[in-house]
Design a protein around this ligand. Sequence first.
Ligand SMILES: [Ca+2]
Length: 192
Amino acid sequence: MKSARPRSATIPKKAVRQTKSAGLPKSKVMSLYRAQVKQMRNEKPVLISQTSTIIGTDNSWFNAQIIPRDPSWVAVNNASYVWYSGNLNSSNAIISKTFTLALNRNILASTLFLSVDNYAVVIINGVPLLFDGPTTATSNFNPGRTFNIRTFLRKGRNDIVIIAFNDNGARSQDNPAGVAARLNINLSAIQS
Ligand SMILES: [Ca+2]
C-alpha cells in the first residue's frame, strides 16, 4: 500500500520580494526597523474600530514631515508626501505609524498604496512587504504601486515602517525625494 505523501505546510500568500535590498543588507534593514519600533514605543497607537479606515502619511507619522509634491509625482488622495522631519535633505527617510485594530472585528481587506521617489523598503509587524533594489524607475512615483497587506495585519497593535531612499544621495532641489503611503483597512461588523 502506498503511503500518503506528507503534505507540506501551506505557504502563506504574501507579497514578499526576496533578496533584493535597497543597497543595504537585509540584516541592516531589519535592525533599522527594530530601532524605529523601539523609538516609537511610547507613541500612542490610533485605535481603529470603524469598518472602513484610511491611514495616510502626514505629520502624525513618526519622523515624518509633509513636503510639497513634485509635479512629476502622482497626486495621492488622503495622503501627503513626506520626508524625514529631522533632516529634509537626508538621502533617506525612515517613517512609521502604529495603530490598533479592534479585537472584536475581523480584518476583511487591506491595501497599501505607495508612491516613492525613488525606492523603498516596507516592513509591517516585522515582516518585509517590499524590498526594492536601487532604481530610478519613474513608475515608483507615477503611477505608484498597490499591495495587498491583509495577511500582514493582525488584531490589536500593528506597526508599519517605511524606509524610503533617494537615488544618488541627498534630497535637493535638483534631486527631489519624497514618499506618500496610504493604508486602506476594512473591518467586519462586531463579532459576538
Ligand atoms: Ca530622486
